[in-house]
Write a protein that binds this ligand. Structure first.
Ligand code: ZN
Length: 241
């Protein structure tokens, strides 16, 4: 069996956050076999890596079919990314806007590396779809979250690995409110509750108090986006774009 000769299933880039958890549920509704991969790159919000097993166990408990389809979870040590980057996500630096218009939480090349390594893993595991939570609607302007970057990356991986690997980004054109609504459509109120109480988004790794939108400092850009999206979702304001 070669990696490219069949519909082998999906590998989801899974950090333990709201977006990637929703992507796992999305993949479980579509593919017979779903595996997950996480990257440890010395991120200051490493807590998101510790919530991953709980989130996966929660997804299994929600739905018998999901339990059957959900396969191995892989963890890749990417400490090298912390060695070559100096960003607010990999150090204690204050989160701030840079002169080039990008916040210093941007880790150059991160998603490109993630996708390359995920594709190599998928090749070995006989999986032919990569699923990621990249989003161009409600994002911080990260250039490696853009649809155009994803299509170029898919082309590079197809050529470079001589495989039929595809990149799916179900959240690309959704805002955060719509991402909460997507979770509800995939797994009902219980999936929304799992995302709210188990997933981690906060850049600072804060997990003290449970707010109505989940855990987090409430101040960093990731918390602000998550809280605003949850507010829009609860208000039923998720039909537009
Ligand atoms: Zn935060």
């Amino acid at each position: 069996m070669t990696a490219s000769s069949n519909h082998g299933g999906a590998l989801v880039l899974f950090s333990g956050g709201q977006d990637s958890t929703t992507c796992v549920a999305w993949a479980l509704q579509r593919y017979a076999r779903v595996e997950t991969v996480g990257f440890d790159y010395g991120q200051r919000h490493a807590i998101e890596l510790t919530v991953r097993p709980q989130v996966l166990a929660g997804l299994r408990a929600l739905n018998e079919g999901w339990d059957t389809r959900l396969g191995a979870d892989h963890m890749i040590d990417l400490a090298v990314l912390g060695q070559i980057s100096d960003t607010a996500l990999t150090s204690d630096a204050e989160i701030a806007m840079q002169a080039n218009g990008l916040p210093n939480t941007f880790v150059p090349g991160r998603n490109l590396l993630f996708l390359t390594l995920a594709a190599a893993l998928a090749y070995r595991r006989g999986l032919d779809v990569l699923v990621g939570g990249m989003c161009e609607t409600d994002y911080s302007g990260y250039p490696d979250c853009r649809e155009e970057t994803m299509r170029a990356m898919e082309t590079a991986l197809k050529l470079g690995m001589a495989s039929g690997i595809a990149i799916e980004t179900p959240l690309m054109w959704l805002d955060k409110g719509q991402t909460w609504a997507l979770a509800e459509s995939l797994g009902g109120a219980s999936l929304v509750e799992l995302v709210r109480t188990q997933t981690h988004t906060c850049y600072l790794g804060e997990r003290g108090a449970l707010h109505d939108w989940g855990y987090g400092c409430g101040q960093c850009p990731a918390c602000e986006l998550r809280a605003r999206g949850y507010g829009a979702y609860r208000a039923g304001d998720t039909a537009g774009g």
